[in-house]
Design a protein around this ligand. Sequence first.
Ligand code: CA2
Length: 146
Amino acid sequence: MNAAKILVLNGPNLNMLGLREPEIYGRETLDDLNAKCVEKAAKLGLEADCRQSNIEGEMVTWIQGARTSHKGIILNAGAYTHTSVALHDALLASELPVIEVHLSNIFGRESFRHHSYISPIAAGVICGFGSLGYDLALEAMAKQVA
Ligand code: CA2
């Protein structure tokens, strides 16, 4: 049987991981993070399809496409978390389980980061644990899609 495919989607500026602001986002690059996700997913019998975009519309298109090809979505929408009704609507329409991840503890930061358009439609939210959050999200997703 084919492993269930999980879209691991990172939003704007997360391609800068490891290159700037290591005190907030850590020293790992996005390539490091993606490699860890692929490895962790394989251990759980899942396939991680890791993508990143700085373009809101591209993320919407990928989420729409995932409806028929993927079994779940792990999403760090970056700053779009706090602004995007379009991502909220696309996720709702996908009818897939969604787990929201943030590297930093968004509730310990500026108040504009305290509201998320993703959380109301997410199965769960993990924030503040750096890249470990993606590991934890994959473990939770394995249970969601079992
Ligand atoms: O903590 C997170 O994962 C965030 O989603 C990261 C977003 C931020 O807007 C959210 O409030 C919380 C920002 C991503 C920027 O990533 C960078 C990484 C390295 C250097 C510069 C930016």
